[in-house]
Design a protein around this ligand. Structure first.
Ligand SMILES: C[S@@+](CC[C@H](N)C(=O)[O-])C[C@H]1O[C@@H](n2cnc3c(N)ncnc32)[C@H](O)[C@@H]1O
Ligand code: SF4
Ligand code: SF4
Length: 396
């Protein structure tokens, strides 16, 4: 038994997890990232995002009760063509991570070509596609075509494809939330097909599940987590349902997007701590696959929803590390902010001109005084701040 294993055998599972986090993640990965980020900020000059969320289309074959994007769905007027995306791609910076979402991105007739054009130009390490999994064959076809591409096609290492499926609960809950009979059967089929491809193409495809916590599924989260890890054998992330009316503090009203779900609500405030305790238990069970940033995001989200902003790191993601593009070419610093311009109409398809514009600067300024529960941004803010790192260790 090695020295490290001997020490580990005397520690509680929580302490072991904390020790592993510090040794395997905090010191080799998080700290250098924080130092790099601080250095980039300190030397000033123009910086680019390392991550973009691209809403490829407003088409969707569901109408979910919790969907923040519901009012946009079906309006495809002005939606960009492949040629528009290709023109923009020529001006994109290199990215670490590109996420395609919507709407249902896989309903875009050009999804493979758009994904390829953006990845070839921006060279992300990971391409994430978020899907409702309602069309298993379409998901599998997308992945199979992606697998045909090699490093040569990208002029460098091909991105890992990470497909995230939304799963809101067991059959009755999921179908009711998605508003589609058979949604549960189809998403299960999609997940299993992609998990098979993952196992046959190790390191090239990953698969996960995202569960949005609402008052309607809170009672089945524990059993759902067991089902996802044991039966589906894919990773799972959780997020509390959000909207601009309930989940943002400090952003001037005129800058807020109106992204609010039509029906679904948060669990009552006095139940949030109990849900976080359950997520902590699940996170500990997941061990090395635990998603440290996302669990801490859940902890801070529940705190903010209870009116406690202690330990919430400043927003360094919106308009700095991260940006958002919409199907008509609108660009925003984050999803909760209104777009600050249109890449075609205001910036002649020049990403740098948009990113370094005074309109973008105004949004970045506003972000300094803002806090929100949006997991994609909050997890970044946590990972890029020393206090966020301390919170991860404390809460594990
Ligand atoms: C907007 S959807 C687009 C991708 C795809 N149509 C889907 O549902 O997976 C992206 C993710 O956001 C989640 N989502 C939608 N509305 C939400 C809300 N109000 N709060 C938190 N997550 C939400 C969805 O469940 C999904 O996992
Ligand atoms: S959450 Fe996804 S599938 Fe559901 S309505 Fe919104 S965009 Fe469509
Ligand atoms: S991402 Fe940042 S700027 Fe945007 S709403 Fe959240 S805290 Fe505010």
């Amino acid at each position: 038994m090695s020295f490290r294993s001997r020490i580990a055998s005397h520690l509680s599972s929580a302490t072991r997890l904390k020790a592993r986090f510090v040794a395997d993640y905090a010191l080799p990965h998080y700290l250098p990232r924080i130092v790099r980020h601080k250095w980039k900020t300190a030397i000033g000059g123009k910086t680019f995002p390392d991550e973009l969320f691209v809403f490829v289309t407003n088409r969707c074959n569901a109408r979910c009760k919790h969907c923040f994007y519901i009012d946009e769905l079906g309006d495809t007027s002005g939606e960009w063509s492949l040629a528009d995306w290709e023109r923009l791609a020529a001006t994109l910076p290199e990215l670490e991570h590109l996420t395609l979402t919507g709407g249902e991105a896989l309903l875009s007739p050009d999804i493979n070509d758009i994904a390829f054009a953006l990845c070839k130009a921006a060279k992300p390490k990971v391409l994430t596609v978020i899907s409702n999994g309602l069309r298993p064959q379409a998901v599998e076809d997308f992945a199979l075509r992606w697998l045909e591409l090699g490093d040569k096609d990208f002029g460098g290492p091909r991105p890992v494809l990470d497909v995230l499926f939304s799963l809101d609960g067991f059959e009755a809950t999921h179908n009711d939330t998605r508003g589609v009979p058979g949604a549960w059967t189809n998403v299960n089929d999609s997940i299993k097909r992609l998990a098979r491809l993952r196992d046959a193409n190790l390191g090239r495809i990953d698969v996960g599940v995202v569960t949005v916590i609402t008052d309607s599924n809170k009672h089945e989260l524990k059993e759902l987590a067991a089902y996802v890890s044991q039966q589906l054998q894919v990773r799972q992330g959780f997020e509390f349902v959000r909207g601009t009316n309930t989940s943002v503090w400090g952003l001037p009203r005129e800058m807020r997007a109106d992204f609010n779900p039509s029906t679904h609500s948060l669990p009552p405030r006095d139940e949030l701590s109990g849900i976080v305790d359950l997520l902590r238990e699940l996170n500990r069970q997941a061990g090395s696959r635990a998603n440290f940033e996302f669990f801490t995001t859940n902890v801070l989200t529940a705190r903010m929803l209870q009116g406690d902003f202690h330990g919430v790191p400043p927003c360094v993601s919106a308009g700095r590390t991260t940006g958002v593009l919409y199907p008509n070419g609108d660009i925003a610093c984050c999803e909760f902010m209104k777009p600050f311009g249109n890449l075609r109409d205001d910036f002649a398809y020049d990403f740098a001109a948009a990113w370094h514009s005074s309109a973008a600067d105004k949004c970045r300024q506003a972000a300094r005084r803002c806090r929100c529960t949006h997991g994609c941004y909050l997890s970044r803010n946590i990972a890029l701040s020393p206090s966020g790192l301390m919170t991860i260790v404390k809460e594990l």
